[in-house]
Design a protein around this ligand. Structure first.
Ligand SMILES: Nc1ncnc2c1ncn2[C@@H]1O[C@H](COP(=O)(O)OP(=O)(O)OP(=O)(O)O)[C@@H](O)[C@H]1O
Ligand SMILES: [Mg+2]
Length: 239
């Protein structure tokens, strides 16, 4: 495998993108509700911790830490099994801060962008973390006040890049038919990479597909490959 790439460990995928996502990229994992975005992002962190001994940070703004970890343990990703490997995943639960803020009368007290960046940066330094997952962009938008969204999002992405980590941002697509990967239409060109998860109904079955829609400095195709999850491992079907 090429150096300087963040492996996804999705069977069949890394070899189709020169070994993985270039390190230090800001990549969006996009899809409508329930397309396994969170699971895939956590899977990338988990396998990089387990196999590459890289530490990761998972910032959750939507699902509580307990709910997230319970889900991941069910899918065979128990961080307890990483305990001896000298690596792991730090889950930062910002839903708590969200609830506490809601209880207050003055909601604007918190600068969410600053608070996320500062919290991540302190854990990054403390535990030498290489990878960051932010779940999700839609949740951030519902909290932070972006008076000028296009430039505010630009500066948010710049600050994420300054962290000097590989960054995965989960972006929920509200209207997948429009192929709008973020809410404001700027996220897709600000991101270095886009992985799109899409559901397709065929008869009574609903199948999940994955496409590497965009990946800068990478030779890849844009096919939508069936994405399978067998309970522990993701795999794309390439025939
Ligand atoms: N083995 C499996 N194969 C396919 N789908 C599964 C499997 N196990 C669970 N799921 C589905 O995955 C969904 C949850 O995945 P996940 O939370 O990662 O999705 P998400 O895209 O992040 O969802 P949300 O939009 O709610 O944040 C569950 O709703 C469940 O239906
Ligand atoms: Mg999710």
């Amino acid at each position: 495998m090429a150096e300087g790439r963040l492996r996804t460990f999705v069977g069949g995928l890394d070899t189709r993108m020169e070994g993985g996502i270039p390190e230090k990229y800001v990549t969006l994992i996009c899809g409508r509700a329930g397309t396994m975005k969170s699971t895939l992002a956590y899977y990338i962190l988990f396998n990089n911790a387990k196999i590459k001994k890289k530490r990761g940070i998972y910032v959750t703004l939507e699902q509580t830490r307990v709910s997230l970890l319970e889900h991941m343990i069910k899918l065979g990703m128990d961080t307890q099994t990483l305990a001896d490997s000298g690596s792991g995943i730090v889950v930062i639960d910002m839903t708590r801060l969200r609830k506490e803020t809601k209880a207050k009368t003055v909601r604007e007290d918190i600068n969410w962008v600053d608070s996320i960046i500062q919290t991540v940066d302190s854990y990054r330094m403390k535990y030498s973390c290489d990878i960051l997952v932010l779940d999700s962009l839609a949740a951030l938008y519902s909290l932070a006040t972006f008076s000028n969204p296009r430039s505010d999002i630009f500066f948010f992405f710049e600050r994420l890049r300054e962290l000097d980590m590989s960054v995965i941002i989960i972006s929920e697509m509200l209207d997948p038919d429009k192929e709008l990967f973020g809410m404001f239409g700027v996220e897709d060109f600000l991101a270095d990479g886009i992985i799109h998860l899409d559901l397709e109904k065929s008869g009574r079955r609903v199948n999940l597909f994955l496409s590497v829609f965009k990946m800068r400095k990478t030779n890849h195709d844009r096919s939508y490959y069936p994405l399978m999850f067998d309970g522990t491992k993701f795999e794309i079907i390439t025939d």
